[in-house]
Structure formats: structure tokens, C-alpha cells
Design a protein around this ligand. Structure first.
Ligand code: PTJ
Length: 254
């Protein structure tokens, strides 16, 4: 569909097109449509912009990623549909590891997602894990998300989890890992259980995350550790909820 650039909701409609296209291609789970709609609702409440509160999480996340020894970016259908290019860019700034980890896991979807990353894999810049090598099991996790790659999520020290349901984060934390999540819903289980939660829209915050990762590579370990240690996720989520509440109270309907 040709969406006119002049449409007041152009960006939002474009994202919907990408989501629907990914469903048609067999990349997106049907439930991914519902997840996207929920995200849109929270984005409305936030004001469809990256808040200063989210920016603090993005900076802490960037510091943690630069400090990490074995970071892995986990991707699901929605992430591939909306932000494949930026996920690749971020992985290239790190150790190149991306792992496919699906809740509605089917061989067909895994293969289709793998194909989406083919060019980067061929260039040898990206290691796409989790498709042919998901031989390990996350303890205390019964869903299919529990199947992970040894080289990837299983041995990772930091896992970046863009938008998902909340059964995995807790299990990863119990394994001693640090989890960075990107989730527009500050009340979600994932948001509450993560080490760092970025309450922002995926495609809006990834370029910022890439920018700070690049910048922070020039910082010392001490400086990076200070950024991480001064960050408090519970406090950040509370501020986000207050921000939404205050914003809604002050809105005028014209
Ligand atoms: O591809 P699969 O099989 O792994 O399945 C993926 C989905 C997303 C279907 C599955 O993980 C799921 O059902 O997730 P939930 O429980 O709907 O949670 C998705 C969360 O992401 C919700 O809290 C949404 O508010 C949030 N969200 C949706 N779109 C975005 C988002 N957060 C940031 N940016 C978005 N674009």
C-alpha cells in the first residue's frame, strides 16, 4: 500500500505495513499483531517520543553492552519485521552475535528469519545462532523459548531482549545473566524483571543505542561501571509510570 508521506500518522502506518508484510511472509507470529497493537497503545500514552527517562536506560544499556564479554541480541518475529537492519548494525558494533529465539517456534519461521539475515551471514559479519544449534535448555522455562544456543544465550553474560512476553527474562536472571529489555509497557513482567528496561519504541531507541555504544567504546571501564552502577531500574520504571500519569492529567482535548 502507498502511504502518503503527508499522512499525520505516516510513521505508525509504515510500521503496521512492515508488520503485516512480515505476517504474509511467514516471519511474524499471528500473536505478533496483537503485541504490536499493545505497543502502539503504550506509545500513545508515552507521547510517541523517547523520554529523558528512557534515554537514561539507553545509556546504561549501552555501557553494559560495551562492558559485556559475550553479549547476545535475541530476536523474535516482531523485531525482525521492524528493525532487522538496526539489529545487524548493533551486532556489528558488538561481537556479531544474534540469536533467533521464538515463543511460537516453528522450523518454517526459523528458516524464514534466517533467510532475512542471509547477506550478513555470508559476509561473515554476523553469527546467526539459535536456528540449527538450539541444543541447550534454559532451566525453569517450559516454553519453546527455553531452547537456546550454547554459543549464544546459554553462555552469554548480557542478553538484549527486544519486545517479548515475560516468561524468559526471569529465567535468564536466575541463570546469573544481565538482561536488557526494550518494552513500551513499563508494567510488563519483562520490564519489571530486567536488569535494565528501555521503555521506548524499538525502532526509535535502537539508533540511539547504537550511537551510545559507539561513543562509549572510548570510555574507560571505570566510567562505564559508574554509569551502570548509578542506574536503578525500579526507580526508572516508577519515574516512567509517573511521567505517563502526569502527562495524561495535563492533556487537553481540543
Ligand atoms: O516471534 P515470537 O514467536 O517469539 O512471538 C513474539 C510475540 C511478540 C508475539 C510474543 O513475545 C508476545 O506475545 O509478546 P507480548 O506478550 O505481546 O509482549 C510484547 C511486548 O512488547 C508488550 O509489552 C508490548 O507493549 C511491547 N511492544 C510491542 N511493540 C513494541 C513493543 N515495545 C517496544 N517497541 C515496539 N515496537
Amino acid at each position: 500500500m502507498d502511504i502518503p508521506k503527508s499522512h499525520p500518522r505516516y510513521e505508525s502506518l509504515l510500521k503496521r505495513e512492515k508488520i503485516v508484510e512480515a505476517l504474509d511472509k511467514g516471519i511474524l507470529a499471528k500473536a505478533g499483531l496483537i503485541a504490536h497493537g499493545r505497543g502502539e497503545t503504550f506509545d500513545y500514552l508515552i507521547g510517541e517520543k523517547t523520554t529523558d527517562i528512557a534515554l537514561e536506560s539507553i545509556k546504561a544499556a549501552a555501557a553494559l553492552l560495551v562492558l559485556a564479554e559475550n553479549p547476545v541480541i535475541s530476536v523474535n518475529g516482531n523485531t525482525v519485521a521492524l528493525a532487522k537492519e538496526d539489529v545487524v548494525k548493533l551486532a556489528k558494533e558488538l561481537n556479531g552475535k544474534i540469536e533467533v529465539n521464538l515463543f511460537y517456534r516453528t522450523r518454517e519461521r526459523e528458516e524464514k528469519i534466517k533467510k532475512e539475515f542471509e547477506k550478513e551471514i555470508e559476509n561473515g559479519e554476523i553469527r546467526l545462532l539459535g536456528v540449527d544449534d538450539a541444543n541447550k535448555q534454559i532451566p525453569n522455562l517450559d516454553s519453546l523459548r527455553g531452547k537456546v544456543s550454547e554459543e549464544g544465550i546459554y553462555t552469554a553474560d548480557v542478553v538484549l531482549v527486544p519486545l517479548e512476553d515475560g516468561d524468559r527474562t526471569e529465567a535468564l536472571i536466575m541463570m546469573g545473566k544481565k538482561v536488557i529489555s526494550i518494552d513500551l509497557n513499563p508494567l510488563s513482567r519483562t520490564a519489571r524483571k530486567s536488569t535494565i528496561t528501555i521503555v521506548d519504541e524499538l525502532t526509535r531507541c535502537l539508533p540511539l543505542l547504537i550511537k551510545y555504544v559507539r561513543e562509549y567504546k572510548n570510555k574507560s571501564r571505570d566510567e562505564l561501571e559508574d554509569i551502570v552502577n548509578n542506574y536503578n531500574n525500579k526507580e526508572n520504571l516508577k519515574r516512567m509510570l509517573n511521567y505517563i500519569a502526569d502527562r495524561l492529567k495535563s492533556l487537553e482535548i481540543d
